[in-house]
Design a protein around this ligand. Structure first.
Ligand SMILES: [Fe+2]
Ligand SMILES: [Fe+2]
Length: 484
């Protein structure tokens, strides 16, 4: 059997559904079966709290055919089939960039880059269970069964993404891969002794507006990282990430439409009450909806936390990973330069003599900056759609992404304080204006007061509009979760 046909076939009956021929790969199959109980323990410990026995209408990946890769059915989350699915192998694929550009893509780990590659996989892998941990309390306050189901769909798929990375570690990295796979189950989001590896994944996701902002902004960082890794010269990583991107699209859909529905409901309520001033916060809040300035503050928070995930603007690690052919640029295959970047430059926004300005840097060193720029452009598209909704109600307000220097903890701008327009401030000014830009205690308390569960099929909490269409074309009153 050649590789191409074996890829199309999914073994769905065993403990671990897969299209990687696990049945014939006894060593890796055993390693994964050994890892599985620890994973289930982790899921029960750190996965969605209080809903492990509920039947959830979930999609499960059963194929990698873009036209029909998922099937929908009721399933208890611990029984979800977390499969290992790689996008089909492209015949004759070559390394798309870096020092080895044009050579055949690696099917095995290139020895000289082993440590670097393992680290990239571990960092990606660590984010997947982290978000499940961050979101584990949200079921208790779900604004509808539709939203509850979407939360759980995102959660089980992040679980599958962990499986995807663990497969690569177990298959290609021997003993240290096995140790890393174990460690992925040991770290905990927000834990003082053993936190997750990246800052934004140790923050709380305390309420549903945060959840929607997280899936919009932070899952979109996931998308950018996966896009960059999907370009990898290490073919198994590329194929893994390409399939993960199919699922990731739904996570961002949940985020974008979630925020849209919050905005929609706020605008409707304002219109019904005859309120035209978006800054009349007390009156708007009395309506049981979230005022637009607070939605803006949440966006400011999640956007700035997510920018930190791109790392330092100037980075030797990023340069090395590109040069080695391991991690490419966003849509590398559509770019038309030499794909080596040894002589080109890229404009990087830096702090020079205390001023925020562009400076040309060697393009290889500026790859984090470049990916972040692509991210900001991508994130702006949905913001434009949010503003269309506000505009359609004639309310004079626009959601804006803050300046990249705002509220940063990593990189060039971590050394300064800046407002949402990038104007630098003293520490004292920042302290007195912080709560103009970021949610303050009253904002948090108000949002928390709205977080009352609505578990009646077809009903929605006061602060969010129903979706335009159901999941899997189900009607409005469909019972997406049968709560046990
Ligand atoms: Fe993911
Ligand atoms: Fe995701």
């Amino acid at each position: 059997m050649n590789v191409a046909t074996s890829i199309g076939k999914v073994d769905y009956d065993g403990l671990i559904p897969n299209n990687v021929g696990l049945g014939e790969d006894v060593r890796v199959k055993r390693a994964l079966e050994k890892w599985h109980p620890g994973y289930i323990d982790w899921w029960k410990d750190m996965g969605p709290e209080g809903f492990q026995e509920s039947l959830v209408y979930l999609r499960t990946a059963v194929s990698v055919d873009p036209k029909g890769w998922a099937k929908f059915d009721y399933v208890k989350m611990p029984d979800y089939k977390w499969g290992i699915l790689l996008a089909p192998q492209a015949e004759g694929r070559t390394i798309p960039f870096g020092a080895h550009a044009g050579e055949p893509a690696w099917q095995e780990v290139p020895g000289e880059y082993r440590a670097m590659l393992r680290r990239l996989i571990v960092i990606q892998g660590d984010t997947e269970p982290a978000s499940v941990e961050q979101q584990r309390h949200l079921g208790k306050t779900a604004p509808s069964l539709y939203d509850l189901r979407n939360l759980f769909q995102v959660n089980v798929e992040e679980g599958r993404h962990l499986w995807a990375m663990v497969y690569l570690l177990q298959k290609y990295f021997g003993t240290d891969g096995r140790e890393e796979a174990e460690a992925l189950l040991q770290r905990r989001s927000g834990d003082a002794d053993s936190p997750r590896m990246l800052g934004a994944f140790n923050e709380k996701t305390p309420d549903w507006l945060s959840f929607f902002m997280f899936t919009y902004f932070t899952d979109r960082d996931g998308k950018m990282q996966l896009e960059a890794l999907a370009q990898s010269g290490f073919d198994p990583l590329s194929r893994t990430c390409r399939f993960m991107l199919t699922e990731e699209a739904h996570h961002m859909f949940v985020g974008e439409t979630g925020v849209t529905r919050v905005i929609q409901r706020t605008c409707e309520a304002m219109k019904e009450a005859g309120i035209t001033d978006p800054d009349d916060i007390p009156r708007v809040r009395k309506l049981g909806v979230i005022d637009l300035p607070t939605i803006q503050k949440k966006a400011n928070l999640h956007f700035s936390l997510t920018l930190d995930l791109f790392g330092n603007e100037i980075s030797t690690n990023a340069a090395n990973a590109f040069h080695a052919g391991l991690k490419g640029r966003y849509r590398e295959n559509r770019l038309t330069d030499d794909h080596k970047l040894e002589t080109s430059t890229y404009p990087v926004l830096r702090l020079i003599d205390g001023k925020i300005q562009n400076e040309d840097a060697p393009a290889l060193s500026a790859l984090n900056m470049r990916l972040r720029d692509d991210y900001v452009n991508d994130a702006n598209v949905g913001v434009g759609r949010w503003n269309k909704v506000i505009e359609s109600f004639g309310i004079p307000f626009q959601i804006k992404l803050p300046h990249v220097a705002f509220n940063r903890n990593i990189g060039e701008f971590s050394k300064v304080k800046a407002d949402v327009d990038g104007r630098q401030m003293s520490e004292a000014e920042w302290a007195s204006h912080r709560s103009d830009f970021l949610p303050n205690e009253q904002d948090k308390d108000f949002i928390e007061s709205l977080m009352q569960p609505q578990y009646e099929a077809g009903k929605f909490a006061s602060w969010i509009a129903p979706p335009k269409v159901g999941i899997d074309n189900k009607p409005g009153e469909f019972e997406y979760v049968k709560i046990a």
